[in-house]
Design a protein around this ligand. Structure first.
Ligand code: MRU
Length: 386
């Protein structure tokens, strides 16, 4: 995706691999939108830490990071003993898998890399196959997101107001994004519309990442407080909701996504507003039979008890003033954490919730738009290999 840095456009993927250095590189999303920096991880342990700490985040992006991390871990192995190599690879997989439990993309990505590796007969051959398979996963992620854009663009009409939650944009994938793909495709086709970005507490991926992306693309948007969506719907100011997903159950059509998604789906149903979920095929889980089995990540209470930001004077973006332009949009600096909640009060911080299929109008996939209950019927087209 195009990023404007120091007034010049540059193309970036969210995450990529430098094979010569055996390093995973990623845009450090913890710093955006106030600073643009690339983080390099030198070991699979560092890659797992970058996933856990959300330097890289979003289902497809952590899928690709895990695939690269597995290749990185495999390539770091020295020796020719296939038995020892296999034990090492298993340790790499478990470390990367444990970094974030809700999204299924890392699991699917690493399963593919491992299956490709197993066709090799020597350690060296398996290392080479791991790299190729990880690159393949990343490239497929981009192709799937582009296809989601083509499938979903028809849902966007000129003049519409669209609500989105969290960040399922290009930063959440290798490029393009899932929920934002139809928006980018419609915008590129000349349609003009407005996007409301749920701020998405506690980490504010809507206010920081989605708003930054849309600004970079020149798409009209406003950030709203998470609690404002119901009011806007009641006043007829939202025509369509599109969100992403971290895990969608192929057997039931249930959708795990960022906390607060379920609330928006209930509101959308109440106001008869179409509610769509955009997913690449790597987000489908064909194993689980109930949403209650989806592991819901519980994150640090500090995320709820406080917030990250920069002094308003740096951003110059308060009270409707235009933000100062600079590197990557806002010229500011490193964000700091401030405590908001009552000192001493504890917090509970589930990162995701599960939306039942009856609240979902359709799932925008690279292979078409489906009703949630149709996934199983179309499983072969949707990549089920069982
Ligand atoms: O915790 P995050 O930021 O990694 O959460 C992922 C998300 O951004 C959302 O849940 C998103 O809508 C789906 S990821 C494509």
């Amino acid at each position: 995706m195009k990023v404007i840095l120091d007034g010049r456009a540059a193309h970036y993927r969210t995450v990529w691999f430098e094979a010569a250095a055996n390093q995973v590189r990623m845009i450090d999303q913890r710093l955006l939108p106030h600073e643009f920096a690339v983080l390099s991880t030198r070991t699979f342990h560092e890659t797992a830490a970058a996933i856990r700490d959300m330097a890289v985040r979003g289902a497809g992006a952590i899928g690709a990071a895990a695939a690269y991390g597995l290749a990185q871990g495999a390539c770091a192995f020295r020796g020719r003993d296939l038995g020892r190599f296999s034990g090492h690879v298993e340790k790499v997989i478990q470390t990367l898998k444990a970094a974030r439990p809700t999204a299924v993309d890392p699991v699917n990505a690493m399963r593919r890399v491992r299956a490709a590796m197993e066709t090799g007969e020597t350690v060296e051959e398996q290392q080479r196959l791991a790299l190729a398979a990880a690159e393949d996963f990343a490239n497929e992620d981009v192709r799937h997101c582009e296809a989601i854009g083509r499938q979903g663009a028809r849902l966007i009409r000129a003049g519409m107001n669209v609500l989105t939650h969290c960040n399922a944009g290009w930063l959440a994938f290798v490029d393009v994004g899932s929920a934002t793909a139809p928006l980018y495709a419609a915008h590129a086709a000349g349609k003009r519309f407005h996007v409301y970005c749920d701020e998405t507490r506690p980490r504010c991926q809507g206010a920081t990442l989605t708003a930054w992306e849309l600004a970079q693309q020149g798409i009209s948007h406003e950030v709203i407080a998470d609690n404002a969506a119901g009011h806007l719907m009641q006043r007829g100011r939202i025509d369509l909701v599109i969100v992403g997903s971290d895990r969608t159950l192929g057997r039931t059509g249930e959708v795990a996504n960022k906390i607060g998604t379920y609330t928006k789906a209930v509101l959308a149903r109440r106001h008869r507003i179409p509610f769509y979920v955009a997913i690449p095929l790597s987000t489908l889980d064909w194993n689980l039979t109930s949403g209650s089995e989806i592991p819901i990540e519980e994150r640090d209470p500090a995320e709820v008890l406080g917030a990250w930001g920069v002094p308003a004077a740096w951003a110059g973006a308060t009270r409707g003033k235009s933000p100062q332009r600079g590197r990557a949009g806002l010229k500011t600096g490193r964000a700091v954490y401030v405590r908001v909640a009552n000192p001493g009060s504890p917090a509970y911080n589930p990162g995701f919730d599960v939306t039942p299929p009856d609240l979902i109008t359709g799932l925008i996939t690279p292979a078409g738009i489906f009703k949630p209950h149709e996934l199983w019927k179309h499983r072969r087209r949707l990549g089920f290999e069982g």
